[in-house]
Design a protein around this ligand. Sequence first.
Ligand code: ZN
Ligand code: ZN
Length: 309
Amino acid sequence: MRMVGVAAAFLMLLGQRADAQRVFPGGPAFPPGDSTLVITLGTGTPVPHPERSGPATAVVVGRRVFLFDAGPGVIRRMAAAGLPIDGVTAAFITHLHSDHTLGLPDLIFTSWVMGRSSPMRLVGPPGLQRMTRLFEAAWSQDTAVRVNGLERGRPGGYRTDVRDVTGGVVFDSGGVRVTAIRVPHGEWEHAFAYRIDTPARRIVISGDTRYSEALERAASGADVLVHEVYPETRMAPEPRPGGELWPRYLREVHTSDVELGRLAAAAQPALLLLSHVLFMGASEQEVIDGIRRGGFAGRVVIAKDLGRY
Ligand SMILES: [Zn+2]
Ligand SMILES: [Zn+2]
């Protein structure tokens, strides 16, 4: 069966399932005109929680899809959200931690198998180009068999157009501007938050970071701030070799609920959306309480996979 045939069969299956079992949300996936929708595809952490896929957030502007991070499960969550599986307008990676990039080969190769013929546009920190070159080498037998065998895959359709960047405006086209903001994330030399300005809204996505003043400025008056967080009250050494460093790791690498509450109180986003929550046994309410203790009285929601905001 030709690639296009495979894609068509898949889409038919998707439609049937949406009708019969409501496994996938029905109805149009795209917001009208230039209006902007945030879809939290994956809200998890490295913990393989069955209901929380790896970090991935889609910002959908009209019919254009901008993807932020590609954690494990990303392409299946995109299918479930009704987003095109043959490629996104561009994908932006916050940093190269595995929980944020394990879905990247899936995104690259599956979008090709589903019909993508032009290089996938990827933007991220230095090292992303090398990572994608290594993916290409790792799956070279697969691409050779799919192109030269009976599938007759489109030659080169698995290719990527990767830009390693160090910050600043990294995308500006058709009314959508994406700015990479350098954030502190432990030993990582390059980690970004992204600010997305669309004709309708301003979205800021933290990636992984400890409290960042630059991020607070970028989030000032934003429509949606998607931010990582951990509950300060659960910060304790872990019973394992090296586990005594865990509280220090949290303080230097991530943002506590109280710190985030303080940041949000200063920035006043219309919606604070918590994703990549390191619960460590805390309830959702405990995390919200921590945000309140930090001083933020505005709207705060713990994001769910496939949530639309
Ligand atoms: Zn992470
Ligand atoms: Zn990280």
